[in-house]
Design a protein around this ligand. Structure first.
Ligand code: URA
Length: 272
């Protein structure tokens, strides 16, 4: 069945009908590799490959953005008190954040209109790894590794599931993600990585609190197979392709391009 290009893109959650018209006008859309000239052009979704800024739009009509969440934004579609992460993606009524990061937490956040995928990513049964970079109030103790791998009591009905813990050395590549003010702390024992498979409320902060320490800075570096690209600045988002239904959420298609600039969602250009 044939559909208009602008309708297809709007249904895929790329933007409103008028936003996608403007994207097409800016020659950011290709049909089978050829620049699309007009919004009303007819395409066959099952046969044609439609791309926006080089990223394929999936035929399932779903879209997923990987956002580098800055601190100060809440993970909600709407909030009366604080700005929300939805400011960084095209306005589309179906988009929602996949899980929550605290208002003061930075890092990788998925925003999607694909409820099935979100469920598979968040379900405790999927055992999707989430790795956080934390700066602690005091140097970490090596004993944390055993405590976290055994599970700790954080005030819930059950202890946490086994978690992975590493103290970052001065040369750890993860230190690249540290904001300027904490760079001098790399190698001090206060910069650590924690990998958990659950998503309980304030989980990372509560786990460190349980072993007598406090988190003073927190950033999520990865979610399943998706890793926060170091070149993605705070407040920038890229479109990512999701695994087909039935595949475990670990099989994301991570953008292959070394330079992800072409994939970045130009939210400023979408505002008018
Ligand atoms: N754990 C926390 O404590 N906060 C987050 O934002 C995410 C995980």
């Amino acid at each position: 069945m044939q559909v208009r290009l602008d309708k297809f893109l709007a249904d895929a959650g790329i933007g409103t009908r008028s936003e996608v018209k403007s994207i097409i006008k800016r020659k950011a859309v290709t049909i089978n590799g050829i620049c699309a000239a007009k919004p009303e052009i007819k395409i066959t979704p099952d046969e044609d490959e439609i791309a926006v800024n080089g990223t394929l739009v999936t035929m399932r009509g779903s879209v997923t953005y990987l956002l580098h969440k800055p601190a100060g934004y809440v993970c909600a579609v709407k909030d009366d008190r604080f700005p929300t992460v939805m400011e960084f993606v095209p306005q589309s009524r179906d988009l929602f954040p996949v899980g929550r990061l605290d208002k003061d937490t930075e890092g990788l956040l998925l925003i999607t209109n694909d409820g099935g995928m979100a469920h598979r990513m968040l379900s405790p049964r999927s055992h999707v790894d989430k790795t956080y970079l934390a700066v602690l109030d005091r140097p970490a103790e090596r004993a944390y590794a055993d405590l976290f791998s055994a599970g700790v009591e954080i005030g819930d009905d059950t202890p946490t599931l086994p978690a992975g813990f590493v103290i970052c050395g001065e040369d750890s590549r993860e230190c690249e993600y540290l904001p300027e003010e904490y760079r001098a702390d790399s190698g001090s024992g206060r910069v650590v990585l924690l990998t958990i498979q659950e998503g309980r409320y304030h989980q990372v902060k509560r786990m460190f609190h349980a072993v007598g320490n406090e988190v003073i800075y927190l950033k999520r570096l990865s979610f399943g197979a998706l890793v926060l690209p170091t070149s993605l600045k705070k407040g920038e988002a890229i479109c990512v392709e999701m695994p087909p239904m039935g595949l475990r959420p670990h099989f994301f298609k991570v953008p292959e391009k070394e330079n992800i600039d072409d994939l970045k969602v130009n939210i400023e250009a979408l505002k008018f």
